[in-house]
Design a protein around this ligand. Structure first.
Ligand code: GLN
Length: 292
C-alpha cells in the first residue's frame, strides 16, 4: 500500500486517468497529432531513443507513470498547436548528425542535404579547402561538411547571436571544430574560400506559406517582396570572397531556380546550374568564379 503515502495528492480521480502506452498514443492521435509524431513524443517523455519505436509496440499495455502522462499531455498540446516536433524533443537528425535545436534556429530540412552533397562533390579534389557557410542557423550544413570531410577548414556565419549559440553548442557536443562569426552574409568576412554555401531566407514576405511556419524565426525564412533579397546580396558579395574557380552554392525556393541562375550569370559566374531535392524540385543553384 505504498501509494497511500501519497495521499491526498494521489486521488481516485487521478488514478482513473492512468493510461497505458497504447492509450496515450491513441489520445494523442485523437487530438490531431499524427501517429509517428505521437510515438516520437512518447519515446521522448519516457527518455527512450527515437529509433526505439519497437519498444512502444512491445510495451503497449504498460501503464505510464503519472509524471510521464502529464509530460505527454503538455507535448501533445504543443504539437497540436503546431510547434515543430524538433522544438519539443530538442533534436533533429540531419545528414546522420543528431543536432540540438530550439526556437532560436530554423529546423534543418532534409532538402538541404542536396546542398551538402553538392558541396562535397565540388570539394572532392580539394584537400584542406576553406569553406564558409552563411546563415548557419543550427550549424547543420557546416557540421555535416566537417563530419564528412574533417580536413576542410569550416567557417560559419550568422547574423543572430542566438543562432550562433545553438550552432556552437552543436559543434562542441559533436566535437567538430568550426570557426564561428557573427555578421551579415559576407559583410564582415575577409579572405577567400574555395566554396561559399548558404541556405538563406528565401520565402516572399507575403507568401501564405509563412502562416504554417510561425513557430520558426521569421528572420531565417522571409526575404523581401520576392524572397530573393538575401540571395541577391550574397551573389553580389560572393566573387570578392572566392578563390579562382571557387563555387557559390545556394539553396532557394521551389520556383526560384531560373531567377537565381540569372542572378549568378549576371554577376559573371560560370558553370551555372541547378540541383534537384529529394522531391525532384530544383532546390539549389550555383556557379563558379572565373579561373584566374
Ligand atoms: N525550406 C523552408 C520552407 O519553405 C524555408 C527555408 C528557408 O527560407 N531557407 O519551409
Amino acid at each position: 500500500m505504498k501509494r497511500l503515502s501519497n495521499w491526498p495528492r494521489w486521488s481516485w480521480v487521478e488514478a482513473a486517468k492512468v493510461s497505458t502506452v497504447a492509450q496515450a498514443l491513441a489520445t494523442a492521435q485523437s487530438r490531431g497529432v499524427d501517429r509517428l509524431d505521437a510515438q516520437l513524443l512518447l519515446l521522448h517523455v519516457l527518455g527512450k531513443p527515437a529509433h526505439d519505436r519497437a519498444w512502444l509496440l512491445a510495451h503497449d499495455t504498460d501503464a505510464l507513470p503519472p509524471a510521464g502522462q502529464a509530460a505527454m499531455d503538455v507535448c501533445v498540446q504543443r504539437r497540436a498547436a503546431g510547434v515543430p516536433l524538433p522544438y519539443i524533443t530538442g533534436h533533429k537528425e540531419f545528414f546522420g548528425l543528431d543536432l540540438q535545436v530550439d526556437a532560436r534556429v530554423l529546423v534543418p530540412r532534409p532538402d538541404t542535404e542536396t546542398l551538402v552533397e553538392w558541396a562535397l562533390e565540388v570539394l572532392a579534389e580539394l584537400p584542406g579547402a576553406a569553406v564558409i557557410d552563411l546563415g548557419t542557423g543550427s550549424g547543420a550544413i557546416a557540421l555535416a561538411l566537417k563530419t564528412t570531410r574533417p580536413d576542410l577548414q569550416l567557417t560559419a556565419v550568422d547574423a543572430s547571436a542566438d543562432a550562433l549559440q545553438v550552432a556552437q553548442a552543436n559543434a562542441r557536443r559533436l566535437q567538430l571544430p568550426v570557426e564561428f562569426m557573427q555578421g551579415s552574409w559576407l559583410t564582415d568576412v575577409s579572405g577567400r574560400y574555395h566554396a561559399i554555401v548558404s541556405n538563406p531566407p528565401y520565402v516572399a514576405a507575403a507568401d501564405p506559406h509563412l502562416d504554417a511556419l510561425t513557430h520558426e524565426p521569421l528572420q531565417a525564412l522571409a526575404s523581401g517582396d520576392d524572397g530573393l533579397d538575401d540571395i541577391r546580396q550574397i551573389v553580389s558579395q560572393a566573387q570578392a570572397h572566392l578563390s579562382p574557380g571557387g563555387w557559390l552554392l545556394l539553396e532557394h525556393g521551389y520556383d526560384q531556380a531560373a531567377a537565381v541562375r540569372a542572378l549568378l550569370l549576371d554577376a559573371g559566374f560560370e558553370n551555372v546550374q541547378s540541383r534537384q531535392d529529394l522531391n525532384g524540385i530544383e532546390r539549389c543553384s550555383g556557379g563558379r568564379a572565373p579561373a584566374a
